[in-house]
Write a protein that binds this ligand. Structure first.
Ligand SMILES: Cc1cc2nc3c(=O)[nH]c(=O)nc-3n(C[C@H](O)[C@H](O)[C@H](O)COP(=O)(O)OP(=O)(O)OC[C@H]3O[C@@H](n4cnc5c(N)ncnc54)[C@H](O)[C@@H]3O)c2cc1C
Length: 415
C-alpha cells in the first residue's frame, strides 16, 4: 500500500486541472499528491466525434504524456484503472499495467467523468458509443465506418441533443451516408426556440433527417426497433445522455439518477468528509450560480475549486463554497457551428452566431480549455472563473464547512 495526502481519480478536464492546481498551490507544504488515470495521455473527450468519417484523421496531441506533463509538478501520475474505492479503509484499489496497486488517501477527489449507457435490449451489443474506451467505443466505431462495404450506409444516431447533433454532422460526411437522428423528446431540447431554429436549419443544410418523439425500443444488427416502427440501419450510434462511472455508487456514495455523486456547497461527497467530487462525476445539491450540467467548463471550474478548497484546508484557511457562471455554448454542425452567449445562468442571451465564423470560435474555445490546464500547471493561482460568489448564501448555513483534522494528513493516513 502506498500512502498519499491527496489521491485524485480521473485524469480528464476536472481531475487534471485539480492535480496541477493543487500541486502548484501547495508546493511549500510538500503534500504527497497522486493523479490516477486509465490512459497514459490526456484525452480531449469532447473532440471524440471529430474525423469519424475520415479513417486517416487522428486528433492532434496538445499535451505531452501525463507522466511527462506532471514531472516536477509535485504530483505523481499513476496509470491504472480504479476498480474499487474502500471508504472504510480510506484506500483505492487499482488495476495497473504492472499489476494491482492499493493507494491509501488522506483526501480523495473523484473526477472519473461519465460514460454512455444505452438501455434498450441489444443496444449494448449493436450500438456504438462515443466513449474513449470500451468494446463499442469510438475506436471501434471508426473501424466499423472504415470497413462499411455498402455504397449508401444508413446511420441512426440516437439522441437529438448537442452530442447527437455533433456526431450526426460528422457521420453525414461519410460518402453516400444517410443519417437520421432519433429523439424521444424534442430535438435540441436544451435550446431556446431561436437556437433550435438555427440548429434545425444547420442540420437540414447538412442533409440530416431528424425524427422527434420516437423512442428506440431495441437495437438489432441491421435495424433499430422504435415506437414508430422498424428502421433498417447499418450503424447505430448512441448519444442519448451520459451516466457516472459505476465505482462511485458501488462505494456507497449518494448519487442522482445519472450516477453523479451528490456534493455539498464545498463539493464534498455527502456524508464523507474525506471525499470531494468534480466534473461529470459530481452534482451540487445547492444552487451554485449556473445550473450544473455535464460539460468541460463545469469540469474545469469544479476541479480548480476542489484544488483551492484542499489547499486552503492545509494552509489553515477557511474554504469558500463553490459558485460559477457559464460564458457561452457552441454546437458544431460539420464545418459550421451555432454559438451564443449564456452568461450567467446557462441560457442563451444576445445574438446567435452561425456559419464558419462560429465554427472557428468554437475551435478556439476548445483549444483554450486545454491551454487553461497548461496555465494551471505554470501559474496555479492565475486562472479564474466567473461567478465564484454565486452560491446561495442561506443554503450554506445548513452544512459544516470543511476543516482539516489529523486524519486528513499524510502521517496519520500512513499508519
Ligand atoms: C462527442 C462528445 C462531444 C462533447 N462536446 C462537448 C462540448 O462541445 N462542450 C462541452 O463542454 N462538453 C462536451 N462534451 C462533454 C465533455 O467531454 C465532458 O463533460 C467532460 O469531458 C467532463 O470532464 P471530466 O473531467 O469530468 O471527465 P472526462 O473528461 O471524461 O475524464 C474522466 C477521466 O477519467 C478516466 N477514468 C474513467 N474511469 C476510470 C477508472 N475506473 N479508472 C481510471 N480512470 C478512469 C477516463 O479515462 C478519463 O480520462 C462532449 C462529450 C462527448 C463524448
Amino acid at each position: 500500500m502506498t500512502s498519499f495526502d491527496v489521491v485524485i481519480l480521473g485524469a480528464g478536464y476536472g481531475g487534471l486541472t485539480c492535480a496541477v492546481r493543487l500541486a502548484g498551490r501547495t508546493k511549500k507544504l510538500r503534500l504527497r499528491i497522486a493523479l490516477v488515470g486509465k490512459s497514459a495521455s490526456f484525452q480531449e473527450r469532447l473532440r471524440l466525434h471529430e474525423g469519424l468519417a475520415d479513417p486517416g484523421f487522428g486528433l492532434p496531441v496538445r499535451l505531452p504524456a501525463l507522466a511527462e506533463f506532471l514531472a516536477g509538478s509535485g504530483c505523481t501520475f499513476i496509470q491504472g484503472e480504479v476498480r474499487e474505492i474502500d471508504r472504510a479503509e480510506r484506500c483505492v484499489r487499482l488495476h495497473a499495467p504492472d499489476g494491482e496497486h492499493v493507494l491509501s488517501y488522506g483526501q480523495l477527489v473523484i473526477a472519473l467523468g461519465s460514460r454512455t449507457v444505452p438501455e434498450p435490449p441489444g443496444a449494448d451489443q449493436h450500438a456504438y458509443v462515443l466513449d474513449a474506451e470500451g468494446p463499442r467505443a469510438q475506436p471501434e466505431l471508426k473501424r466499423r465506418l472504415a470497413s462499411l462495404d455498402v455504397s449508401a450506409p444508413r446511420i441512426v444516431v440516437v439522441g437529438g441533443s448537442a452530442t447527437g447533433i455533433e456526431v450526426a454532422a460528422e457521420l453525414v460526411r461519410l460518402r453516400g451516408a444517410g443519417v437520421t437522428i432519433l429523439e424521444r423528446g424534442t430535438f435540441a431540447g436544451f435550446a431556446t426556440p431561436a437556437v433550435k431554429r438555427r440548429l434545425v436549419e444547420a442540420v437540414n443544410r447538412a442533409g440530416i433527417v431528424v425524427r422527434e418523439h420516437v423512442r428506440v425500443e431495441a437495437v438489432e444488427p441491421d435495424r433499430v426497433v422504435t415506437s414508430a416502427g422498424d428502421m433498417p440501419c447499418d450503424v447505430c450510434v448512441w448519444c442519448a445522455g451520459f451516466s457516472g462511472q459505476p465505482v462511485a455508487p458501488a462505494a456507497g456514495f449518494e448519487t442522482d439518477a445519472a450516477g453523479r455523486i451528490r456534493v455539498d456547497p464545498w463539493l464534498r461527497a455527502l456524508g464523507d468528509p474525506f471525499v470531494f467530487a468534480a466534473g461529470d462525476a459530481s452534482i451540487p445539491i445547492e444552487r451554485c450560480g449556473a445550473p450544473p450540467r455535464m460539460s468541460a467548463f463545469f469540469a474545469l471550474a469544479t476541479g480548480a475549486h476542489v484544488a483551492d478548497t484542499i489547499a486552503r484546508m492545509h494552509a489553515g484557511k477557511r474554504p469558500r463554497p463553490f459558485g460559477f457562471w457559464t460564458w457561452g455554448q457552441a454546437i458544431g454542425v460539420g464545418e459550421e457551428a451555432v454559438g451564443f452567449a449564456t452568461m450567467p445562468h446557462d441560457r442563451q442571451i444576445g445574438p446567435i452566431y452561425g456559419g464558419r465564423m462560429a465554427f472557428l470560435l468554437r475551435a478556439f474555445f476548445i483549444r483554450l480549455l486545454v491551454r487553461l490546464i497548461g496555465l494551471h500547471r505554470r501559474f496555479p493561482a492565475l486562472p479564474f472563473w466567473l461567478g465564484r460568489g454565486a452560491y446561495r448564501d442561506e443554503a450554506i448555513g445548513r452544512y459544516a464547512p470543511p476543516v482539516l483534522t489529523p486524519l486528513h494528513r499524510r502521517d496519520e493516513a500512513r499508519s
